[in-house]
Design a protein around this ligand. Structure first.
Ligand SMILES: Cc1cc2nc3c(=O)[nH]c(=O)nc-3n(C[C@H](O)[C@H](O)[C@H](O)COP(=O)(O)O)c2cc1C
Length: 190
């Protein structure tokens, strides 16, 4: 294992909204001195794979934590992410992710279009892998102030009329989630 404390931000994004959340989370990770590793799953011409590398089999064993994000797809995660987890039995058997901190994030077009079910569903494979799932505590003032995305179950963005651009609260909450997971990873490694 390399000496850098790496936090994988594994996400898919077709049009860039989930990617903006991934970037805000990466900023939060970087604040702690840990290294954010933006990774995606195989896709063609979409925002995520136009910019970021597809996750490598070795990345899971080598990371100190993992944060997963997907657009809301009928109240669930993007199928390509589910497919990825179905190919991780080897890492599951080895316990590659056991006791490593984790969190989730999503973007949807409408406020009540299934964000929470998507966030909770994304936590399930992470718990199967033995990860320590983290959310956003209500001690974050932005969680009370937001009138769009942001949830105790994870970071989020609601497009409404705003398109892909995060508002102030969504951006702050995503950053805080990245920072929180990275700080936990650093403590666990100490
Ligand atoms: C197949 C499909 C299913 C979707 N299902 C939902 C949904 O259940 N609820 C919702 O609010 N938006 C839904 N959307 C909209 C996306 O979640 C939304 O546009 C998201 O912000 C896109 O993220 P991206 O820019 O990262 O691709 C769906 C989009 C597609 C293509």
């Amino acid at each position: 294992m390399s000496s850098a404390v790496r936090i994988i931000i594994l996400y898919y994004s077709r049009n860039g909204a989930t990617q903006q959340l991934a970037d805000a989370i990466a900023n939060g990770v970087s604040k702690t001195g840990a290294e954010p590793l933006l990774r995606t799953v195989a896709c063609e011409g979409d925002a995520a794979c136009q910019r970021d590398l597809v996750i490598d089999a070795d990345d899971l064993a080598d990371c100190a934590g993992l944060i997963m994000g997907s657009p809301t797809r009928f109240g669930h995660m993007y199928s390509g992410l589910q497919k990825f987890w179905e190919q991780t039995s080897r890492d599951w058997l080895k316990g590659a992710l056991v006791d490593k901190p984790a969190a989730v994030f999503t973007s949807s077009s409408s406020m009540h279009g299934g964000q929470e079910s998507t966030l909770l569903a994304m936590g399930v494979p992470l718990l199967h892998h033995g990860m320590v799932l983290m959310g956003i505590p209500y001690t974050a003032p932005e969680l009370q102030q937001t009138d769009a995305g942001g949830s105790p179950y994870g970071a989020s963005h609601v497009e409404h009329a705003a398109g892909a651009n995060l508002n102030h609260y969504e951006s702050k909450l995503a950053e805080q989630l990245g920072e929180r997971v990275a700080r936990a990873a650093l403590k666990l490694q100490a």
